[in-house]
Design a protein around this ligand. Structure first.
Ligand SMILES: [Fe+2]
Ligand SMILES: [Fe+2]
Length: 474
């Protein structure tokens, strides 16, 4: 590996002195570039994009802005600074020293956890690869590419762990992360949400709001891990992940804002009139929200899970923000689940707390999702309209867990299959809705211009003006 090449991988893992890691990366890096070329953002590879790059983990270096062509992006390897005398924060080994190497008995489980997380990173790049052509502005195009290159870096982060700590099988897993592809019939990505193509920007904003937020909570749980390099890797990824959710949050806000403007101008909430004006009626935004929220809930896994219990007992994967809990061993505690009783009603079941870790994490996620509703509803309220955005119940449209395939209304009341089918089109996007959204997707790539279905952002990136030339098209 040439020195020049090492310069191109900013890192704080002493890559320059680690020959074994260099050799592993020497092999993997060209494959990554091939993957980026084939399945990363379609076109735009020659454009200069105003991107932030992490060049160190301190407050100055983690967000360095400048123009760069995406294939020349410096995908780096960073771990948050080590905590002195960090101790295991939960489970049976609570209070003991954390691990700098992987204990043999947890090797395959940790590998699986890292691979499952790692798989989502390139998957989302694949899902979003065609969106550049239909960006509503250069500002949005830049944000899309920022998210894409950072998901690429998150893949690097996970591959670093596989290469540095798992030997040969780690190297094989790293290759497979580039061989599975989103939506591929033979070799799909591991989690189903990451096999759904994202063809429109409303879905992209919903994905970055809801699905990247699932990522946030998975990373928070892994940041608690007793395996210290995994914990530190995830902590640093969380700093970047915040921007992805910002893109979703402000994207949805801007869609709503534009719709409200049209509603004010035309003095109507008639969906036909709103669509005629090229905006997206609020109930349709709600339907997309219902779809992506419920799909993202499934990513947390079953509500009662013996796997989750053993991850917790063994200190591999904890609860998000473990410090906020009183009892970190959680051996004698219980959790009450609300389950379908099989006869159209609801029944309670008390299970050991450790088996309910997925549910505890999902609850924290739902609370976090609610913050957006408050912001968006304030916008609507200010204009005097009565519509309110709401999160559906966690029982609604689930495909994993106790509520899987149990028909309920968005409030979570069990209903018959017939009733569900009769209302489906009011609750979830129809083919016609999707076709309408898709019809709005025409790229607006002229400097300072904005598509008609979305309001401009309130401010630009890194204090640049909104009409800054965020992408210099080649
Ligand atoms: Fe990520
Ligand atoms: Fe992300």
């Amino acid at each position: 590996m040439s020195l020049n090449y090492l310069d191109r991988i900013p890192n704080n893992v002493d890559l320059g002195a680690n020959r074994a890691l260099q050799r592993a990366l020497e092999h993997w890096q060209p494959e990554f570039m091939g993957w980026w070329h084939d399945l990363g953002p379609s076109d735009f590879q020659a454009a200069d994009v105003y991107l932030r790059t992490a060049t160190s983990v301190d407050s100055k270096g983690w967000a360095t802005y400048g123009f760069v062509r995406m294939p020349e992006y410096r995908w780096g390897i960073f771990l948050a600074e080590p905590e002195t005398d960090r101790r295991i924060g939960f489970g049976d080994n609570f209070g003991k020293e954390v691990w700098q190497q992987i204990p043999g008995e947890h090797r395959s489980t940790l590998r699986r956890l890292i691979v499952t997380q790692g798989d989502t990173e390139p998957a989302s790049v694949e899902q979003q690869r065609l969106l550049g052509h239909t960006a509503p502005s250069l500002y949005d195009l830049r944000n899309l590419f920022q998210v894409n290159v950072e998901e690429g870096r998150h893949l690097w982060a996970m591959v670093y762990l596989l290469h540095a700590y798992f030997g040969r099988d780690g190297r094989e897993e790293a290759e497979e992360l580039l061989e599975r592809h989103s939506g591929d019939a033979n070799k799909p990505r591991i989690l189903s949400t990451f096999n759904e193509p994202i063809r429109d920007w409303l879905s992209f904003f919903m994905f970055t709001y809801f699905t990247d937020r699932d990522g946030k909570f998975q990373l928070k749980s892994l940041a608690e891990s007793s395996f210290d390099p995994l914990s530190r890797t995830c902590k640093f990824m969380l700093t970047e992940e915040a921007h992805h959710m910002f893109v979703g949050d402000t994207g949805i806000s801007r869609v709503i804002k534009r719709t409200l403007e049209v509603m004010q101008e035309l003095n109507t909430d008639d969906p036909v009139a709103i669509r005629k004006a090229g905006a997206i009626e609020l109930p349709l935004v709600q339907k997309y929200l219902n779809f992506w929220f419920s799909s993202s809930l499934d990513l947390f896994g079953g509500d009662s899970s013996s796997n989750a219990a053993s991850y917790f007992a063994n200190g591999l994967k904890g609860r998000p923000d473990e410090a906020r809990f009183e009892d970190h061993v959680a051996a004698g505690l219980t959790f009450t689940l609300e389950l379908p009783d099989g006869q159209g009603g609801v029944t309670n079941e008390v299970i050991p707390m450790r088996n309910a870790i997925n549910e505890v994490t999902r609850d924290a996620y739902v609370k976090d999702c609610e913050l957006g509703m408050k912001r968006w509803n304030k916008l609507i309220e200010k204009t005097g309209h009565g519509f309110r955005m709401t999160l559906p119940s966690t029982r609604f449209r689930r495909t994993i867990g106790s509520w899987a395939n149990v028909p309920t209304d968005p409030a979570g009341n069990p209903i018959s299959r017939e009733e569900f089918d009769a209302h489906r089109d009011e609750w979830l996007p129809t083919e016609g809705d999707r076709a309408y959204i898709y019809s709005l997707m025409k790229g607006v790539l002229e400097r300072g211009k904005m598509a008609a279905w979305i309001a401009p952002p309130e401010r630009g990136i890194n204090n640049q003006p909104i009409d800054f030339e965020y992408v210099r098209l080649a």
